[in-house]
Unconditional design. Structure first.
Length: 413
């Protein structure tokens, strides 16, 4: 299966296994134990067998572990837990820590330095739940923190500006941003790992507690604990381990100012636009070719901005597409966005909003979701259509960094 005649791409790497923990309140597990559980699950998921001794390096993503868990030197902890003495690297990129770890692992495989690596992400946020709002502000400009902002406040500023610039007083814009939350909760109902497996309504969102006007509680992703892991290998070795590898055909990263007040725009995320553009060019496809996408939705406005920053909808038009799509497909197992007769399913497992958001684990959880969906192994939550192309989008802060990965089931070699 290919997108168009003659389409060819040379993959960065191949994914041969994936594992994760449930997301939520994991009171009785230390962060390193969560990461070990996910890592062992990923190793054991490899169809044709893989031992821990086959892994040549590990790449981990985490943001707050030193503050929230009084934990340092993750490499030493994981060497003990996994029982292997190999190079291990930990990446901090705020909410994009997992995506950045995956980006670095792809470079390592593509360079030829390693044949097999484990990539993991973890966070245990409930150990410091009373201080987590302040802790998360490490990913913002200190001046924003000193001015009294929190992350809900920063995203509320972006959401308010978006509504002001593009709704023209149309109440459907407000409803569309609530529909994102409803869609993602609906997608999580059949996801056995998700933190919130229940449907909500637009009115539930709009009547929920006001956090930072116009953001309400049900516009926000939760505080979560959890871990996820995947196994990468060279594309030419993939069939040694599984008959159904998933190929990484693009892996890109971009950055932008950490502060909102120095950005080009408050109604879009430049790092997303740059990373998506580079990834699509590398893969030789357009955004319309993507069938499923895991999109960073720590607040619902972020998913709407992705749809515009990626070029799927025109600037200022995403809310209209969201509203029309939701109203057309409400009640379906998965609710797609529609454009020119094509469908894009976003956050098939519930996204950060409902699956959960243990910060460092999120980027790897996105890879896990797309890996299982492309292989047809998502159980009761499997999308009911043949799939070949997926995109994973992970950002840090309010857009200071973004990683984008494109995965394919079938390629021309």
């Amino acid at each position: 299966m290919s997108i168009k005649a003659g389409w060819k791409v040379k993959p960065h790497a191949a994914i041969i296994g994936a594992g994760r923990t449930a997301f939520g309140e994991q009171w009785y597990k230390d962060p390193e134990k969560l990461m070990m559980d996910a890592g062992v699950s990923a190793v054991e998921s490899v169809d044709l067998g893989l031992g821990r001794r086959d892994i040549q390096a590990c790449y981990f993503g985490s943001f707050l572990y030193q503050t929230t868990n009084k934990l340092g030197l993750v490499s030493g902890h994981m060497a003990r837990e996994l029982g292997i003495n190999i190079p291990m690297n930990t990446t901090e990129a705020a909410c994009a820590s997992g995506g950045s770890a995956f980006y670095n692992a792809c470079i390592a495989i593509k360079s030829g330095m390693y044949d097999v690596v484990l990539v993991g992400g973890f966070e245990k946020m409930t150990d410091r739940s009373s201080k987590i709002i302040d802790d998360l502000m490490f990913a913002a400009d200190p001046y924003e923190f000193d001015s009294g902002f929190t992350f809900p406040g920063l995203y509320a500023s972006m959401m308010a500006r978006y509504i002001h610039d593009y709704s023209f007083g149309d109440q459907r814009c407000i409803e569309a941003l609530a529909q994102i939350a409803c869609k993602n909760h609906h997608h999580a109902v059949n996801n056995e790992y998700a933190q919130y497996r229940r449907d909500i309504t637009v009115q539930d969102v709009l009547k929920s507690t006001l956090i930072a006007d116009p953001i309400r509680l049900l516009h926000c992703s939760p505080v979560s604990d959890g871990a996820a892991a995947v196994i990468l290998t060279k594309p030419e070795l993939a069939k040694k381990y599984t008959d159904t590898p998933i190929y990484v055909i693009a892996s890109q990263q971009a950055t932008d100012d950490i502060s909102l007040y120095t950005r080009e725009s408050m109604t879009g995320i430049k790092a997303t636009r740059l990373a998506v553009g580079k990834a699509l060019r590398e893969a030789g496809i357009s955004i319309e070719d993507i069938e499923i996408a895991e999109v960073h939705d720590c607040f619902t406005i972020e998913e709407a901005m992705f749809l515009e920053d990626s070029g799927y909808y025109e600037n200022g038009k995403a809310w209209e597409g969201i509203y029309e799509s939701y109203e057309s497909f409400k009640g379906s197992k998965h609710i797609p966005y529609i454009k020119n007769g094509k469908e894009l399913i976003v956050n098939s497992g519930g996204g950060l909003k409902a699956d959960g958001h243990p910060v460092g684990a999120t980027g790897i959880r996105q890879i896990h979701e797309c890996f299982t969906q492309l292989r047809g192994k998502a159980g009761k939550n499997q999308i009911d259509k043949d799939l070949n192309l997926a995109l994973c989008h992970n950002i840090g802060g309010t857009g200071g960094i973004a990683t984008v990965h494109i995965l394919a089931r079938d390629i021309h070699e």
